[in-house]
Design a binder for this molecule. Sequence first.
Ligand SMILES: Cc1ncc(COP(=O)(O)O)c(C=O)c1O
Length: 346
Amino acid sequence: MKETMQKADLNWSELPFDYVRTDCHLEYVYRDGKWDEGSAIEDDKITISVASTCLHYGQECFEGLKVYESKDGRAIAFRPDENARRMAHTAKKAVMVAPPVDLFVDAVDRITKLNRRFIPPYGSGASLYVRPLLIGITGTIGIKPSKEYMLAVLATPVGPYFRTGMKPVRLWVEEEVDRASPLGVGDAKLGGNYTAGLRATYGARDRGFAEVLFLDSKEHKYVDESGSSNFFAITKDGRYVTPKSTSILPSITNKSLMEVARDLKIPVDNRPVEVAELPNFAEAGLVGTATIITPVYAIQHGKKLIQYGNPNDVGPVSLKLRDSLLAIQTGDAPDTHGWTREITLD
Ligand SMILES: Cc1ncc(COP(=O)(O)O)c(C=O)c1O
């Protein structure tokens, strides 16, 4: 690594997917029609009005992306511009003001640089997770959008989202709780969507399942996604299938994986996926920033248990896709798509 700063004293290979306090966060404020220059704050608390719209009316959204250390010590962010665009999409749906793409991407560089001693070492399986948060901070009592916004950006080192890492998990098909409606905000990264799904996620966990699989809320006929990731499956004739739905989050990992699949000559079908089709697939998995791919070895749908393999084996196509994308993200493979952004640390 070019810079000489000592890494933080952490057990990198045992890190959970959780918050570890780092050296600072950033705060940018939008007021009187413009964003300020942003400041780095050492304290990990933010101060806002008790009447802020984010607290009362849910004008709150966020993003999440990872920065990996490459073999030769470079810091590489994955598609931060895509996260910026998705935040803009979310903000529009919640009548909020989003930061411009350049400001967002610059904030990712800046927070990474300021917390570079928390970038997990290459090969540890961990990464620096960057979490930009956009909140309405105008104090009001009536239901109206904020005039002022804060973009707070934190960075924290994380291990895999599921404690099992690449070990296959079981899903529970949820039929009692809906996550999002077809004409609602399920395709936006609003905190409220996670609140809506939380009791289903924890209901599934209480039953011994790693995650919940939500269905479309209109007919309960199609697969939507899980509480934290998109869903995909591999057909018996080797096609990558992933649900198309207006109520799921457009995953940047999934979008990238579809490209990687095409590169590997794996045909891609992005279409409505009926829950009745689940038993026909050869492999299944969850896809998102947190894990890239979490293989799924079984899905409980009512009384029916659908199995794709055994709890110890990852399907060959899932493994190939995951390894190919991870290699791009960590700089081990050439980035032919121009997805990675090297962050200058000194
Ligand atoms: C509900 C939901 N779906 C899908 C994803 C995956 O999206 P991405 O690949 O952009 O992380 C996430 C994670 O951000 C999520 O929270």
